[in-house]
Write a new protein. Structure first.
Length: 148
């Protein structure tokens, strides 16, 4: 067990950067940290949801082919492929997509070294081009509390 005291580095550059969480400098640090972390996690692990995924086609290219595999019968003639087995995914969920790092482990470690904490951007544009609403559904006393 580590019994060393936790010594705070008062007045260090990192300490001064977070003194005023309402300052422009802090907001810039916060947003830049979130952007870098989001970009690194997306490249290394293809995390979903991701703002670059705006429709099902982008979803398949970015995530499904690597981590979910392919299902038969997705073409025009679904019946002819229905008995074919599903193509397994190339990677287990949460594992690195090595196609993203032609430089191998060294390149991956360089990217991961850029991560600072767990702060990431909230994906507000994920699947924005997909209409999930179905005709006939509307707000009612039950759905009102769910969606508002």
């Amino acid at each position: 067990m580590n019994q060393a005291p936790n010594i705070y580095d008062w007045n260090s550059p990192a300490d001064r950067a977070v003194v005023d969480p309402l300052s422009y400098e802090f907001e810039e640090l916060w947003n830049e940290t979130a952007k870098v972390n989001t970009d690194v996690f997306a490249k290394a692990f293809h995390c979903v949801p991701d703002d670059r995924i705006r429709d099902w086609g982008a979803y398949e290219k970015f995530y499904q082919d690597l981590y979910v595999g392919k299902f038969p019968g997705k073409g025009d003639d679904k019946d002819k492929d229905k008995d074919k087995p599903r193509v397994p995914p190339r990677y287990r969920y949460g594992h690195v997509a090595k196609e993203e790092f032609p430089g191998g482990v060294r390149e991956l470690k360089e990217w991961l070294a850029r991560v600072r904490g767990t702060l990431v951007e909230m994906p507000l544009r994920f699947m924005e081009n997909v209409d999930f609403a179905q005709e006939g559904l509307k707000l009612n006393p039950l759905t009102d509390t769910v969606y508002t």
